[in-house]
Structure formats: structure tokens, C-alpha cells
Design a protein around this ligand. Structure first.
Ligand code: NAD
Ligand code: ZN
Ligand code: ZN
Length: 341
């Protein structure tokens, strides 16, 4: 099988031939149909974060495919089922986080495409209990971006408190942001989209943003306060300055949800203003299996639109370049042999 492999943090990925793995115990073998390229894969390939993966490894955690074989302990999935392989590859299932609906905080978790091999390959192994069934009627190429960009921003919007009568700012209209904007609208908020390229600002307008701010030439905080300030701001841009700008855009009682993870990401907060304004700052990491099931249902009902372009896995290095240059509309997805739903 073909697999895209990170061999070192300083070299391009290599698409190499590997044997198809055999599932054991709780594992399933998934024949991949589609795998989305998340900005996290780029951080992983470059070793950007304090906790690093160990090369060689296969990145990818927006994997959609068909169960082709299963280990002896998998009883609830059948060969032929379509499943999603998300970032949360496995958790312990019994700690206080796992049993209280916060499995994404489990200290014993494995992460697909990071601590275990992921989905940028023709086949992948995954833990049967942590893959999420993809409902019929969803195109695998749409399901892929929903598996991280979708679930992550759906959760972040939930945590932001966006609802009718509130104003929500989405900073960064990329793979994550183009879906965040749609969820903020579904939750009933007035929306403000912020980005730094004409194409992404145009996409935000097309997706129904009530206001757009071009952070290259406009002051994000000032423009947002002109509108009354943001009750919620969701930081999805891979840029330290954008965190400060989103914080500055909040009105009293507002919530800043941190999602983007730039290398050496830092946010300095004025204590006085944060206290007097009653500001909440929350970190948000992906979403649970239940969140992803909800994301799939919303899409099946036609409430969300996945903006995406397909690429061949062989072009993974140029695809990474396109994302870094901000040239992609929505999400790039590797088409590994999908059949439309
Ligand atoms: P992306 O590259 O597709 O999108 C980033 C967007 O930010 C682009 O549209 C870019 O033009 C825009 N941008 C750049 N500078 C900006 C600025 N100063 N102000 C406003 N917008 C700006 O990336 P993505 O796949 O959407 O991922 C975004 C970040 O989220 C990455 O750091 C990724 O690792 C992280 N992430 C976090 C989680 C989580 O669970 N917390 C999950 C997935 C991804
Ligand atoms: Zn991701
Ligand atoms: Zn746990």
C-alpha cells in the first residue's frame, strides 16, 4: 500500500510502499477512501509542538474508509461499514474525563497520525471503539473534513456560548474556519469573519457571514467594537497576533475560545481588563465521538457545506505548500479511491 511518511522534521514527506497491516484485538483495518489535510498534519511533520511525534510516522486524522477486516474483540462493526478515523484514536475509557463526556482530555489517549500511524495511506489501522460510523448519504470527500475541522469547530462553537442575540467572531476562514462560521450561524449568532486573503473573505461572504474584516488593513478589535463587540471569539488562525486581536474584539462577559496551535503559541493577557470585563478564555481540543456523530447528522440534513479540493496522495508536499501559502479554498482532501454517496 502507498503511505505518506514523515521521516524527519526537516525533510519533505516520502510516499512509500508499505505492507498492508493486519488488525488484532480491538483494531479494525480500514481501506481509506479519503483523508483530509489538516494544518495539524503540518505542525506534526515539522515537530512544531512541545510534545512531538516520533518519526517515521504516517500523519492524517480526517480519514474516511471502509472496514475491511477486524480483530477478534470487535463485535459492533462489520466488514463493509464506512467509518471515520479522528484525532482521538483511543482513550482509556475509565478515567474521570472519559466517563464524564470529556474523553478528549484523557491522559492516556493515542492520537491518529501523531502517536500512532494515521490516515494518509491506502490502509490504516484504528481502534474499533473510537472510529465513528459515517451515516449513509454523506460523500466520503465531505466526511473527511468534518472528522477534524468539523468536529473541532462544532465543539468550539458550543463552548463559545454562541446563540441567538449574540455576536460571534471567527478568526481564520481556512479548513476549520469555513465550518466554524456555518456552525455559529446554525447556533443563531450574528457572525463576523476575519482573514487575510481576498479569496477567504469572499468565501466567508458566500457562506453567509454578516460582517467580514480584513486583518491586513483593518483593526479587528476596533471594527468589531464598532459593531458592538463580540460575545464570542474563536481563534483558528495560525498567528500569534490574531489571538490578541480576537481578545481585543470581545465585549464585557465575552468568551475567547483558543483552537489554533501555532509553534510557540503565546497570548499575553492584561489581568486588570480580564478581571474587570469578566472575560473567559477557554482552550478547546477537537470533540468527542458524540460531537462527531452530531456533525455528521447536521451534514446529512444539508445544514453544512464542505468546501474542498481533491489531490492525489503523491502530491502531499505541494499540497502542504498550498495550505501554508493560504491558497486553498476550505480543505484539501486526498482522494484515495472514493465512490460518491
Ligand atoms: P488553515 O491553514 O486551513 O487555516 C488558517 C486560516 O487562517 C487561513 O485561512 C489563513 O488565511 C488565516 N489567517 C492567517 N493569518 C491570519 C490572521 N492574522 N488573522 C486572521 N486569519 C488569518 O488551517 P486549519 O487546518 O484550519 O487549522 C488551523 C489551526 O487549528 C492549526 O494551528 C491547527 O493545528 C489547529 N487545530 C486545532 C485543533 C484543536 O482541536 N484545537 C484541531 C484542528 C486544528
Ligand atoms: Zn485536525
Ligand atoms: Zn481516560
Amino acid at each position: 500500500m502507498r503511505a505518506a511518511v514523515v521521516r524527519s522534521f526537516t525533510e519533505p514527506l516520502v510516499v512509500e510502499d508499505r505492507p498492508v497491516p493486519t488488525p488484532a484485538g480491538h483494531q479494525v483495518l480500514v481501506r481509506m477512501e479519503a483523508s483530509g489535510l489538516c494544518h495539524t498534519d503540518i505542525h506534526a511533520a515539522r515537530g512544531d509542538w512541545p510534545v512531538k511525534p516520533s518519526p517515521p510516522f504516517v500523519p492524517g486524522h480526517e480519514g474516511i474508509g471502509i472496514v475491511e477486516a477486524a480483530g477478534g474483540q470487535v463485535t459492533h462493526l462489520a466488514v463493509g461499514d464506512r467509518v471515520a478515523i479522528p484525532w482521538l484514536g483511543e482513550a482509556c475509557g475509565h478515567c474521570d474525563h472519559c466517563v464524564s463526556g470529556w474523553e478528549t482530555l484523557c491522559l492516556a489517549q493515542e492520537n491518529s497520525g501523531y502517536s500512532v500511524d494515521g490516515s494518509h495511506a491506502e490502509y490504516a489501522l484504528a481502534h474499533g471503539t473510537y472510529v465513528v460510523p459515517v451515516p449513509d448519504g454523506i460523500d466520503p470527500l465531505d466526511a473527511a473534513p468534518l472528522t477534524c475541522a468539523g468536529v473541532t469547530t462544532y465543539k468550539a462553537v458550543k463552548l463559545s456560548g454562541a446563540r441567538p442575540g449574540t455576536r460571534a467572531l471567527v478568526s481564520g476562514i481556512g479548513g476549520l474556519g469555513h465550518l466554524a462560521l456555518q456552525y455559529a450561524r446554525i447556533f443563531g449568532a450574528e457572525t463576523i469573519a476575519v482573514d487575510v486573503t481576498d479569496a477567504k473573505l469572499a468565501l466567508a461572504r458566500e457562506l453567509g457571514a454578516d460582517h467580514v474584516i480584513d486583518a491586513r488593513v483593518q483593526d479587528v478589535a476596533e471594527e468589531t467594537h464598532r459593531l458592538g463587540g463580540a460575545d464570542a471569539a474563536i481563534s483558528l488562525a495560525v498567528s500569534n497576533e490574531s489571538f490578541g486581536a480576537a481578545y481585543g474584539a470581545l465585549r464585557r462577559g465575552g468568551t475567547l475560545v483558543l483552537v489554533a496551535l501555532p509553534a510557540e503559541g503565546k497570548l499575553e493577557l492584561p489581568v486588570f481588563d480580564t478581571v474587570l470585563n469578566g472575560t473567559k478564555v477557554v482552550g478547546s481540543i477537537v470533540g468527542t465521538r458524540e460531537d462527531l456523530a452530531e456533525v455528521f447528522q447536521l451534514h446529512r440534513l444539508g445544514r453544512t457545506r464542505v468546501v474542498r479540493e481533491s489531490r492525489d496522495l503523491a502530491d502531499i508536499n505541494s499540497a502542504i505548500d498550498e495550505v501554508l501559502k493560504g491558497k486553498v479554498s476550505g480543505r484539501l482532501v486526498f482522494d484515495l479511491g472514493s465512490t460518491p454517496a
